[in-house]
Write a new protein. Structure first.
Length: 419
């Protein structure tokens, strides 16, 4: 098992390329189940979660070749199941459910179970499939779904769910008739999935809004497609530039996906300008406190909450951060406190009082975005920081320490002998 070792205090400078979006690539790889034949996806990030998804698709009988450019052949799937061993390592595995029921009329998918950041049930996914005529049975920890052919339906989600919207949108593409998804998620990754499905021959309108209409078709065909950049990876590097008072140019990112993040960084005092087809982030003085409330897109992303908590921890003054999406997404707080941060959590709200400096020490990553936040804290801390359990980070960040090293950080990966 690896750890990341950081000697803090260096200003980040230079250029960094943003990789393809994990949370777009995962549903898009699953959408290949709908077509048969061979799909080719480019700009796929090289991540642990993508490898897990490839293993899942192979276990179902798909041919999956390549990294970054991935060829997936789903002509003949012979095992319409996502087993517990894979689903427990990556909840996004549930995204095979909609496509399998839509194309093969049946699926057996392990219930994901709890997760470090919250209970994360999938009741909305199942409610929507039932509305489209699927017979759903929960048996021995598995969802068993069956339907001769799904039919169109009007589905009002009780709450905004990203993968729920994606699963139901994929299922509706091959359903008989029209489906309307209300209170749908508006994330750029949902819009990107709809773009891919329409390229495959689907008839989807309204993706990116809270009402998505899908006219079912009989078949879809394979395609070639390059995946959008990762807005959360981009946001993470923007915070890294700001907290180290650095000057970084992000290449291959889409500023229009980052409005809420850019607005908060600017109010903290960072300068953000479009330059050379990218985004330049500079911070030349101490940062100001920021109040943040996480919301579904286009609100402030929960996947950036932990990183901004580091910014607030070193800003001049008090910030209030409210996490409204997940009930247990403050696992990084105690680790930051070990580095000298002054954070008081009361339910979903945390009061962060900025301190003059953080101090390097050994800290433990608990989930993907918490691990990124601890690395950012190590970049600004005095002395050496060791971030352990970085397998969490590898799930969603491609060669993060290499990219930071190229920006001048004193950072390295090492074998964690104590793990
Ligand atoms: C997606 O997770 C992302 N994952 C998450 O990113 C992200 O944090 C989340 O959306 C919110 O933006 C992927 O896209 C693979 P939700 P998802 O369903 O779809 C509750 C990262 O760091 N809910 O939108 O699983 C749920 O418990 C990851 O990259 C139900 O109650 O999140 C949560 O409180 C972490 N019933 C809220 O809704 C349901 O059926 C939003 O969850 C579904 C969700």
């Amino acid at each position: 098992m690896d750890k990341i070792v950081i000697d803090g205090g260096k200003r980040l400078r230079g250029e960094v390329r943003v990789s393809g979006a994990k949370n777009a690539a995962l549903p898009i790889l699953c959408s290949a189940i709908l077509t048969g034949g061979e799909n080719t996806f480019q700009n796929v990030p090289v991540l642990r979660d993508i490898r897990t998804m490839a293993r899942l698709l192979r276990s179902m009988g798909a041919g999956v070749e390549g990294e970054r450019t991935v060829h997936i052949d789903t002509t003949k799937l012979d095992r319409l199941e996502a087993g517990y061993e894979l689903v427990k390592t990556m909840r996004a595995s549930v995204l095979v459910l909609g496509p399998l029921v839509a194309r093969y009329g049946q699926a057996r998918v392990s219930l994901p179970g709890g997760c470090a950041i919250g209970a994360r049930p999938i009741d909305q996914h199942l409610k929507g499939l039932e509305a489209m005529g699927a017979k759903i049975r929960l048996s021995h920890g598995y969802v068993e779904a069956r339907a001769k052919r799904l039919h169109g339906a009007r589905i009002v989600c009780d709450l905004v769910t990203v993968t729920g919207t994606e699963n139901l949108m994929m299922a509706a593409t091959l359903a008989k008739g029209r489906t309307v998804l209300e209170n749908a998620a508006r994330e750029p990754e949902v819009e990107e999935l709809a773009r891919v499905l329409n390229k495959m021959g689907a008839r989807i309108e309204g993706a990116g809004t809270s009402a998505i209409t899908i006219e079912g078709v009989d078949t879809l065909h394979p395609i070639e497609h390059a995946i959008i950049p990762d807005r959360i990876e981009a946001g993470t590097f923007m915070v890294a530039a700001a907290v180290t008072k650095g000057d970084v140019l992000l290449k291959d990112c889409l500023p229009e996906h980052l409005d809420a993040v850019i607005a908060k960084l600017r109010s903290a005092g960072a300068e953000i300008t479009a330059q050379d087809g990218g985004l330049r982030v500079r911070a030349r003085q101490d940062l100001k406190p920021v109040d943040i409330t996480t919301q579904p897109y286009p609100g402030f992303p929960t996947d950036m909450q932990a990183q901004f908590m580091v910014l607030a921890a070193v800003a001049l003054g008090q910030s209030v951060i409210t996490e409204t999406i997940f009930e247990n997404r403050y696992m990084h707080v105690q680790e930051l406190a070990r580095m000298g941060a002054d954070i008081h959590v009361d339910g979903r709200t945390s009061i962060v009082r900025g301190v003059p400096r953080l101090m390097g020490t050994t800290v433990m990553a608990s989930d993907l975005r918490a691990s990124a936040a601890l690395v950012l804290a190590g970049l600004v801390a005095e002395g050496e920081t060791e971030v352990r359990r970085v397998y969490h980070m590898d799930r969603g960040y491609e060669r993060m320490e290499k990219k930071l090293e190229k920006l001048g950080a004193r950072i390295r990966r090492a074998e964690d002998a104590e793990a």
